[in-house]
Structures are given as C-alpha cells and as structure tokens.
Design a protein around this ligand. Structure first.
Ligand code: RIB
Ligand code: CA
Length: 313
C-alpha cells in the first residue's frame, strides 16, 4: 500500500518533535507533503523555527515548513512555556536551523495542497491548537469534502483538563477553531488525554531511546528528561505522557488503539468550562456522532513502533 499523504500541523513542543520524527522515520507509511506551524506551546516565531530544527535533526532539510497563524481565531494566545521551556524545545542542545522557512502562509499551503491533490487523498495530522485548520476551512469551505481524514491530539473526557480543570491545552487555546473543525463533517479521529496519559515514557523506555546510539535517540531522551518534570509535579506521575506521537502512531498502526465513534462538542460559551470536549462517551444524548474518540492503546506496541522508527533516523 502506498504511503499516506499528510500535512502535519504543529506547535513544537517536545512531544510534537517526537511525532514529526516518527513521521519522518516511516517513509513506507507516511509521505509528509509539508509541515505547517501554529502558535501554541510557544509563539509562532518559535514553533516554525522548532519545526525546522526537528527536520534537520532527522536529516530532512528538504521538508517544506510553513508558518501559519500567530494567534487564535477570537482570543489572546495562551502558551505553555511552563511545560516546554522558553524555547519550546528545551532539553537537547540543538543547532539553529539552516533550512529556509517557506514564503507561503501555512493556511494557503493547506488550501492549495487539498485543492491540487485528488480529493480524499490527503490527511491532516493536527498536533496543536486548530487555528490553521479552522482558518483554512473558513477561507475555503470547498476543501472540507477533499480532506481524507483529520487525526488530532486534543481534548479529554475521563482525564478532564490539563490547562484548566475542564479543558485540554490544544482545544483550550482556540476553542472557536476546534468548534469549526468538529462541525466540519470531516472524518475526525481524536487522540485525547484519555489515551495519551497511557503513553508514558517510563525510565526503561527513555533509556531505550538513548541506547539507540544516534543523535535522534539522544535528543528525544533529553527532551523527555526535560518535559516529564511537569507531569511528575502535577500528577505525581512516574513518567511523561507522549501526547502528539499518538497521532502518527494511529495513522501508521490504528489497531494499537481502541475508541468509540461518538458525538463530541466543544464548549465555547462558558469561561468556566471553555474548551472542554463534551464527549458523549456513554451515548446519553441523541446528538449525532461526529468523531472517533480514542480511549486506550497497547502501550508496549506503541513504544516498540516508535523506538524502531526513531532508530532509522
Ligand atoms: O495537551 C497536550 C497538547 O498540548 C500537546 O499537543 C502538546 O504539545 C501541547 O500542544
Ligand atoms: Ca502539540
């Protein structure tokens, strides 16, 4: 089977970086048409720079990286330096990028790519706030029917919030954008905190990254050593959750994951629960299902896949 054509929309972020590396280490499964950066974990000038740093770490300066939106649709940007550090990629000491940033705006790249490729052949892998995707859908409604699938990291039900008591960061930063995406009618797969909090980088798993003996393995291990402190302090966890790589792992090996096709709606009215993904997991309403909401994974299989693919870079 030919590799899936994808656009990665991202706000690197150490876990975004690992997701990008998983994609670039899987050429038989994934054809990365481009990477669009969005403001999220850190401001856009850093997310677009970090995306290029990661591509060069993977030995792929040929990958086209675009800068997208620098603020949410209708509210001030909230960032997460407290988790990812001031650079957004704290941990490893990686050189500034030499590869160029593309001139085209990331939203224009998304629209152009969907319009020029055969309908139903391009998947959008969203690893950050959904501002770029929503802006593209608002600017070019015709593209909704051309998207093969959206696979996104965001939201939570049983795990509730990580940035507020009710909301997960990616959705909370731009709930209006998430509302546009979840109402688009596109085939959506959601990797929420419910599953990513089960993808924990335990010490043996992080040692396996470092033991790969390549620069990628060392960098990923250093990234984990940095960002795990947030979850350890907050949750008393023994290890850091690898949120965004779950998106690419789902695309490559969906059978690792389990979930339900349910209704998911986004809170955009109440400041108290702003950005909450109201997931009808128990189907207690008659609201029409609109997303495959993932609740569990085979963590061993996930880390085996991830480690094997990072070893290739
Ligand atoms: O809540 C976790 C998500 O927010 C991840 O995508 C992380 O990179 C941040 O963007
Ligand atoms: Ca992210």
């Amino acid at each position: 089977m030919s590799p899936r054509k994808i656009i990665i929309d991202t706000d690197p972020g150490q876990d975004d970086a690992v997701a990008i590396l998983l994609a670039l280490g899987s050429p038989e499964d994934v054809d990365v048409l481009g990477i669009t950066a969005v403001a999220g974990n850190v401001p856009l000038d850093l997310t677009q720079k970090n995306a290029r740093i990661v591509c060069e770490l993977a030995g792929r300066p040929d990958i086209r990286v675009f800068a997208g939106c620098d603020h949410p649709l209708g509210r001030p940007l909230v960032t997460a330096e407290h988790v990812h550090g001031k650079s957004g990629l704290d941990g490893p000491d990686l050189p500034d990028p030499v590869m160029p940033l593309q001139d085209m705006h990331g939203v224009d790249f998304i629209i152009e790519t969907l319009r020029t490729h055969e309908a139903g052949t391009v998947t959008l892998c969203a690893l950050g706030p959904l501002t770029n995707l929503a802006t593209a859908l608002q600017r070019a409604p015709d593209i909704a029917q051309r998207v093969q699938q959206i696979i996104l990291m965001g939201g939570a039900y049983f795990e509730v919030g990580n940035i507020t008591p009710a909301a997960e960061f990616n959705i909370y930063v731009d709930p209006e954008a998430a509302d546009v995406v979840f109402k688009s009618g596109i085939d959506i797969v959601v990797l929420p905190l419910d599953v990513t909090h089960k993808a924990l980088v335990t010490a043996p798993r992080n040692d396996a990254f470092r033991d790969l003996g390549n620069p990628v393995g060392a960098a990923v291990a250093d990234m984990t050593d940095f960002f795990e402190r947030f979850d350890k302090e907050k949750y008393g966890a023994t290890a850091a959750p690898l949120h965004d790589p779950c998106v690419l792992a789902y695309l490559i090996s969906p059978y690792i994951f389990t979930g339900r096709f349910i209704n998911v709606e986004i809170e955009t009215g109440s400041e108290l629960t702003m950005g909450m993904t109201v997931a009808d997991w128990w189907r207690v309403t008659d609201r029409a299902p609109n997303a495959t909401f993932i609740g569990d994974l085979d963590a061993e299989a996930f880390f085996d896949l991830l480690t094997e693919r990072l070893a290739r870079l």
